[in-house]
Design a protein around this ligand. Structure first.
Ligand SMILES: C[S@@+](CC[C@H](N)C(=O)[O-])C[C@H]1O[C@@H](n2cnc3c(N)ncnc32)[C@H](O)[C@@H]1O
Length: 418
C-alpha cells in the first residue's frame, strides 16, 4: 500500500470529531496536540494513563470507558487507533477506510491511511517532518531532523528571517560575558535577524563572525566621535540606522543594565520615538567568578554579595560608592572595572576594618579561551596585579568565597572547552 511518499497537509480540526482508541502511552503523547488543534476529541478506552485521565477530568476530552464498537468512527474526521488489541485495531481501521476517515495506526503504519509527522514549534510556526522513504521508515531520524530545525531556529544557528512580521527598531541585547554559548536564546535570534549590529569590545565577539555578509557590523569603540561624546555618537548611530527602517541590535557585554549604559541608550531612543526592546544578559559580575570556580554566595560563608564599580578611586569626588560602609560588610564584594584602582580600593577597605588577609581573586577575560585567575589577599593584591600583569577586563572578587572551591579550581585554566 505505502509505495508513494505521504502527502503533507495541516488538518484544521476545530470543533470536529476526532476519535482516539486506546488510552495508553501513544494517546498520552498525541492528545495534547489534538486538543491544542481544537478537535472535539472522544477517547474510547476501558482504561487510561493518569495523565490521559487528567485531561478527561479537566474536560479537555470526552472519555467513553469501553472498548471500540462498530460505528464509533461515523461522522469522524480523524482517528488515532492505538489499542493493545490488534484485532480491534484492524476492525477499526477497516471502518475508517469505509467511512473515508483519515486514520493513524500505532501498531501498523503500513495499514494506516495517515502518518503522524515529528513536530515541533518555534517562532509561531509548526515544523513537521515526514519521511519520504516509505520502506525504510526511521522515526528517530525524522525526530532528529525536527529537533535540529527547531533548536536551530530557537538559538539562531539556523536563520529564517521574518518578512512580514519583522519590525524595525533597536534591540539592546545583553551578550553575556564572552563565551558565545552564554548569550540568551532570544538575544541570539535577534542577532540572527539583524541588519545592523553595533557591538562593544566586551561580550561574545565570536558570534559576529557567524553573521551573514549583508549584516553591517559596527564596532562601537571605533565610531568616530567628532565633537560628540562617545555615548552620544553611539546613540546617534542607533537612531540613524533605525530611522532607515533597519533592525538594529546593540550588542553589549554582560547585562545591558549592569554598568552597561543601557538605560541611557533606551532614553535616547525613546526621545527619538524609536521602539526598543531590552534583552537581559548574563552579567560578568556573577558568571565570571563562577567560571573560575568562585560562587558569589556560599552557605555559612557569605549571605550577601555586592557589585561595585571601581572605575574611579575611593577618594575621587566622583565616586558614588560608600567604601567605608562596604569595608564593614562580611559578605562578598565583586568589583568591576577595578584593575587600575585595586591598590587604593584594597587600602581603603583595610583602613576601614576589613582584614588584610581577606582573600581576593582576579579573573581576567572570564569564560573565554584566555581566561586566567590570579589569587591574592587585600594586603598583597596591588603588588600581585603588577607582578602578574593582570589586565582589564577582569572581575575582582573579595571575600572568603574565593577559597570555598576545590583547590584545582584555583588554577588559572579556562573554564570553556577550546
Ligand atoms: C563596562 S562594565 C560592563 C559590565 C557588563 N554589563 C556585565 O554585566 O558584565 C565592564 C567590566 O565588566 C567586567 N567584565 C566584563 N566581561 C568580562 C569578562 N569576560 N571577564 C572579566 N571581566 C569582565 C570587567 O570588570 C570590565 O571592566
Amino acid at each position: 500500500m505505502a509505495e508513494h511518499p505521504a502527502y503533507p497537509v495541516g488538518l484544521r480540526l476545530t470543533g470536529r470529531r476526532v476519535v482516539v482508541l486506546g488510552g495508553g502511552q501513544v494517546a498520552q503523547r498525541r492528545l495534547p496536540a489534538l486538543i491544542a488543534a481544537g478537535g472535539a476529541v472522544v477517547l474510547i478506552s476501558p482504561e487510561a494513563t493518569p495523565s490521559v485521565e487528567a485531561m478527561a477530568d479537566a474536560g479537555e476530552i470526552t472519555w467513553e470507558r469501553r472498548r471500540y464498537a462498530e460505528g464509533d468512527l461515523e461522522d469522524t474526521w480523524y482517528a488515532l487507533i492505538a489499542t493493545g488489541d490488534g484485532e480491534a485495531n484492524a476492525r477499526a481501521s477497516a471502518e475508517a477506510e469505509r467511512h473515508r476517515v483519515w486514520c493513524v495506526r500505532a501498531d501498523d503504519a503500513d495499514q494506516a491511511t495517515a502518518w503522524t509527522p515529528a513536530t515541533g514549534h518555534s517562532e509561531g510556526v509548526t515544523v513537521a517532518v515526514l519521511t519520504t522513504d516509505v520502506k525504510g521508515r526511521d522515526p528517530r531520524h525524522t525526530a532528529a531532523i525536527r529537533d535540529a530545525v527547531v533548536e536551530g531556529l530557537r538559538d539562531g544557528t539556523l536563520v529564517a528571517r521574518h518578512h512580514r512580521t519583522r519590525t524595525p527598531g533597536v534591540a539592546l541585547v545583553g551578550g553575556g560575558p564572552g563565551d558565545p554559548d552564554l548569550i540568551t536564546v532570544r538575544g541570539r535570534r535577534l542577532l540572527a535577524e539583524a541588519d545592523v549590529v553595533i557591538a562593544d569590545r566586551l561580550g561574545p565577539r565570536d558570534l559576529l563572525a557567524e553573521l551573514p555578509p549583508h549584516v553591517e557590523v559596527i564596532d562601537a569603540a571605533k565610531i568616530p566621535y567628532g565633537r560628540f561624546m562617545a555615548q552620544e555618537a553611539i546613540n546617534n548611530a542607533l537612531i540613524e540606522h533605525a530611522r532607515q527602517g533597519k533592525a538594529v541590535v546593540r550588542l553589549k557585554g554582560g547585562d545591558p543594565y549592569v554598568f552597561g549604559r543601557g538605560m541611557e541608550e533606551l532614553h535616547a531612543l525613546a526621545e527619538a520615538g524609536i521602539t526598543c526592546t531590552v534583552v537581559p544578559g548574563i552579567s560578568s559580575s556573577v558568571s565570571v567568578p563562577g567560571a573560575a570556580g568562585i560562587p558569589v554566595t556560599h552557605r555559612g560563608v557569605a549571605h550577601e554579595f555586592t557589585v561595585v564599580s571601581g572605575h574611579v578611586a575611593p577618594d575621587d569626588e566622583r565616586s558614588l560608592v560608600d567604601w567605608p560602609s562596604l569595608a564593614k560588610l562580611t559578605g562578598t564584594l565583586v568589583v568591576l572595572m577595578g584593575v587600575d584602582k585595586i591598590d587604593r580600593i584594597a587600602e581603603t577597605l583595610v583602613a576601614h576594618g576589613r582584614s588584610p588577609q581577606t582573600p581576593v581573586a582576579l579573573v581576567q577575560e572570564g569564560t573565554t579561551a584566555a581566561q586566567r585567575r590570579v589569587d591574592a589577599t587585600l594586603a598583597t593584591v596591588g603588588e600581585t596585579v603588577r607582578t602578574e600583569q593582570v589586565r582589564p577586563p577582569a572581575v575582582i572578587v573579595i571575600g572568603e568565597v574565593v577559597n570555598v572551591g576545590p583547590p584545582a579550581e584555583r588554577t588559572p585554566t579556562p573554564s570553556r572547552p577550546s
